[in-house]
Design a protein around this ligand. Structure first.
Ligand SMILES: [Cu+2]
Length: 129
């Protein structure tokens, strides 16, 4: 009788092993903000397929050192902030700058990406400290 149980356990363990070898362990969620130095904030613009960015506005504070990243979830987009001389496109999807002037900055897509391109905008709000 014990042999039967051992057989079932062994089979289950083997199946689990094969499963893990095939699919690998589920990736652990990476907390990208965990290793940022104090005073540095990460703003991640996620560009979606429906010509939107993931948030209607992104907020930082005056004095923040901002790491601005663009992630193209679907399609190829860009993110341009004219007043700050920032344009994230192509290989250059990350930049770092100091938020030193409060205000609302329009972020718009800078890569012609389709019918919704002209309206593809979001806001970066720099709040007074
Ligand atoms: Cu676009």
């Amino acid at each position: 009788m014990h042999k039967w149980i051992m057989f079932v356990l062994l089979s289950a363990a083997s199946l689990l092993g094969v499963y893990l070898l095939t699919f690998g362990l589920p990736p652990k969620p990476v907390d990208e903000t965990a290793e940022l130095p104090p005073g540095t904030v990460l703003v991640k613009l996620v560009a979606n397929s429906d010509f939107t960015f993931s948030e209607e506005e992104y907020k930082v504070k005056v004095g923040d050192n901002v790491i601005l990243k663009l992630q193209n979830k679907s399609g190829i987009h860009g993110a341009k902030i004219e007043e700050l001389n920032i344009d994230l496109t192509g290989e250059n999807l990350e930049t770092e700058f100091k938020a030193d002037k409060p205000g609302e900055y329009i972020v718009h897509c800078s890569v012609p990406c389709g019918t919704g391109h002209v309206e593809m905008k979001t806001k970066l709000i720099v709040e007074a400290a």
